[in-house]
Design a protein around this ligand. Structure first.
Ligand SMILES: Cc1ncc(COP(=O)(O)O)c(C=O)c1O
Length: 434
């Protein structure tokens, strides 16, 4: 009956039926518990079913289910916009509501495009993107994603972009040492901008970590240089913090690490922490002011039916409050230490089977040695790896040969140990292809 996402329609393992959840645990029909090592696609930052989030949802539906946001407003939408602008230190001016990461991205792209047109600059047609980026599965979001199994079959349907190699300091694509380099991975981009910047709308990037494209890390200096370049050439810096936002990389937002402010950011996932689908795009004053016009064609004509729905706003508000009251960034620090410790034990035990082990915030990654340079998302052992982890009460979902752990920030030491115990068992039966 159900067409499951990213799932082959022939030969896939049957889905595991989960019936309840609490904290870092998901429970199946038999009562067996599983540690959610990936926060259910990176959303459950406070653990599952946090009682304050559940209560916020219940209270809101008792009060107001929904009202359209064109021509109307409501208290949770107003309050959340205020809180988000405060949480981002008043660096942004407007909050655009939507329903998921892909739509938050689409909105960011459309505002960027229209921003230049509203200024009378109609020749800019190019978005700059990076080769291993992932921004979602709608057509616009796929267009600014790197070539992958997620978008390959749709290539001729996508709008054209200018691609550059994804910065990856653990395995530098231009062969430099990240400790001493001058962010040389951006040299080609800089050369392109020096000739073509007047055709460019903006640069789209997942800051610090390109997630679904293989958990590729870059240092903050790369982000800083990108900000310098985009400012120097008068183009927009559009950051996708759908994965990295709300503490995942150790700060509230990844861009803070580089001490920069982008022109727009897209947020989802941790925003409502797994309780509801919900997203926002935050827009800076400089961009927003080009929409201050009575001319009909300078209006942003974008809205979804459930835009800014009260329950989403109420849950996001509650999540922001918990984030601050329960000191989530301290939890992220604790998880980071746990991930470093866990991965270093594993690396010491299986030095010949692992490469490029890296940790940042609540993201810990190790790559299976495969004997191939780029095994990609469809690396065969990923399925077996996932199966062994499930058998041992752990949910992990390698991206091809890239094994990553992105747990709820509230995960206990015991549960982290269970995750690394399962990784250990899975690695014991892995043989590097010769
Ligand atoms: C960085 C990034 N951007 C956008 C998206 C798309 O978000 P959604 O799946 O909510 O549409 C994802 C999803 O994983 C993501 O990781």
């Amino acid at each position: 009956m159900i067409w499951h996402p990213y799932t082959s329609q022939l030969g896939a393992d049957p889905p595991l039926k989960i019936v309840s959840a609490t904290g870092e645990f998901l429970y199946d029909e038999t009562g067996k518990d599983y540690v959610d090592g990936i926060s259910s696609w990176w959303v459950s930052i406070h653990g599952h079913n946090h009682p304050k989030l559940v209560q916020a949802l219940k209270d809101q539906v008792d009060q107001l289910d929904h009202v359209l946001l064109a021509g109307f407003t409501h208290p949770p939408a107003l309050e959340l916009a205020h809180e988000l602008l405060q949480f981002t230190n008043w660096k942004f001016r407007k909050v655009v509501y939507s329903d998921n990461g892909s739509t938050a991205l689409e909105i960011m792209l459309k505002i960027a495009w229209q921003y230049f047109r509203n200024r009378g600059d109609t020749k800019r047609k190019v978005f700059i993107k990076f080769s291993s980026s992932y921004h979602g599965d709608t057509i616009g979001a796929m267009s600014v994603g790197g070539d992958s199994v997620f978008n390959r079959v749709f290539q001729s349907l996508l709008f054209s972009t200018k691609d550059f190699v994804t910065p990856a300091c653990h395995d530098c694509p231009v062969g430099k040492n990240p400790r001493t380099c001058s962010e040389d991975c951006l040299d080609e981009l800089e050369a392109y901008l020096s000739l073509h910047s007047d055709e460019v709308v903006g640069v789209v990037l997942e800051p610090l970590i390109a997630g679904a494209g293989g958990m590729l890390f870059h240092k903050p200096e790369v982000l800083k240089k990108l900000r310098d370049l985009t400012q120097r050439y008068g183009i927009l810096l559009l950051l996708d913090e759908v994965f990295t936002g709300f503490g995942r990389t150790g700060r509230k937002f990844a861009y803070e690490t580089a001490d920069i402010v982008p022109d727009m950011i897209a947020l989802a996932k941790g925003l409502t922490a797994g309780i509801l689908p919900f997203a926002v795009t935050l827009v800076r004053e400089e961009v927003y002011k080009e929409f201050l016009s009575e001319e009909p064609l300078k209006t942003l004509y974008h809205g979804h039916t459930m835009t800014g729905y009260p329950s989403g706003c109420a849950v996001a508000l509650a999540s922001l409050k918990i984030f601050q009251e329960e000191n989530r960034l301290d939890d992220v620090k604790r998880v980071e230490l746990g991930l470093e410790e866990g991965w270093s034990r594993i690396r010491a035990e299986f030095p010949e089977k692992l490469r490029n082990v890296r940790v940042l915030g609540a993201v810990g990654v190790g790559e299976l040695e495969t004997g191939q340079e780029k095994p990609g998302y469809i690396y065969s052992y990923a399925r077996e790896f996932k199966r062994i982890c499930l058998e041992n009460g752990v949910i992990l979902r390698p991206l091809g040969n890239v094994i990553y752990v992105t747990p709820p920030y509230t995960i206990s030491k015991e549960s982290l140990d269970r995750i690394f115990g399962a990784i250990r068992i899975a690695l014991s039966s892995y043989h590097v292809p010769s």
